[in-house]
Design a protein around this ligand. Structure first.
Ligand SMILES: C[S@@+](CC[C@H](N)C(=O)[O-])C[C@H]1O[C@@H](n2cnc3c(N)ncnc32)[C@H](O)[C@@H]1O
Length: 279
């Protein structure tokens, strides 16, 4: 029997995420294409996926983040798609045939290594190029050290999907001593320091004395804590918006970080409108 073809199934919140991305990229391109000094404006998808996820409700194929970026006019001058899973890379490869006039580079493997060693060295300040990186991991796969490399270029802006649920359910426990060493290590690499403990835990007086316990949160506080962290390396960071599933469980916070005030303004306008429409 032929094996069933693998695909990514996405929920309503992912569609909202993709729409926010599309709006931001369209705004970014409008601004950048008017800058005559700029020698290139590139799109980096650090966690590209298949490019063609299927919706859970309607079982319909929709454009994933790489196709959203490719479908915009004016277009980017270069597209960098990074993806670790081979079967997803095979689907991404089809994009070259579908968009033959657009410069598409596909990198199979870990985005941390590929960004640091292959992509970011092409985007130095002297290159007179600009880029926007979409960072959309399932969990804590993006390392803080890579974020520092991105910020150091001064040419790359970031739209980050901060993984609230993966941190909350996958790492945090009511008491910090219940967190495994491996989970701590993952969050340390993502946060780039052990200071997340200060932001996500508080002291509480109990019958047994003072104890550290997880702070109560809606999910957005995690986004604000990470915004503070991003503010140490980027000049302009947006407030986070919270993305939830149909049961209102917090999944991700979307954030902008960059060195450009206009980028932040575009992102915050789009994010504010999204939050207003949700109310
Ligand atoms: C949330 S999905 C991306 C969805 C895609 N951005 C979209 O909106 O259509 C995360 C993707 O990251 C890939 N991935 C996981 N770890 C990775 C890593 N270290 N480097 C690159 N890709 C990775 C997974 O295989 C998965 O396809």
């Amino acid at each position: 029997m032929p094996s069933k073809e693998r695909e990514d199934i996405i929920g309503k919140w992912s569609l909202e995420k993709l729409e926010l991305l599309r709006k931001y990229l369209a705004g970014y391109l409008t601004v950048l294409t008017n800058q005559t000094w700029c020698l290139g404006y590139e799109y980096i998808d650090a966690f590209a996926g298949t490019g063609e996820p299927k919706t859970k409700d309607e079982q319909k194929y929709v454009d994933g983040s790489p196709r959203i970026a490719l479908g915009l006019t004016p277009s980017f001058t270069q597209y960098h798609f990074i993806e670790q899973a081979d079967w997803r890379v095979a689907k991404l490869e089809k994009l070259r045939g579908e968009f033959p006039s657009q410069g598409i580079a596909i990198y199979p493997g870990d985005c941390n290594k590929i960004l640091r060693e292959q992509i970011l060295p092409q985007l130095s300040y002297l290159s007179k190029k600009r880029a926007i990186a979409f960072i959309d991991p399932f969990g804590m796969q993006f390392e803080w050290e890579t974020m520092e490399h991105l910020a150091e270029t001064k040419t790359v802006e970031v739209i980050l999907n901060f993984p609230v649920m993966a941190i909350n359910r996958g790492v945090l426990r009511k008491h910090p001593e219940m967190i495994s060493k491996a989970s701590r290590g993952r969050l340390d690499r993502f946060w780039g320091t052990k200071d997340w403990m200060v932001d996500l835990y508080m002291e509480e007086r109990t019958l047994f004395g003072i104890e550290k316990v997880k702070k109560p949160h809606s999910g957005k506080e995690f986004g604000y804590a990470f915004k503070k962290r991003l503010g140490e390396i980027f000049r302009h960071c947006s407030s986070p918006i919270l993305m939830t599933n149909s049961k209102n469980t917090p999944l991700y916070c979307m954030l902008f970080a960059g060195h450009n005030a206009t980028g932040k303004k575009i992102a915050e306008e789009i994010f504010l409108r999204y939050e207003k429409n949700k109310q």
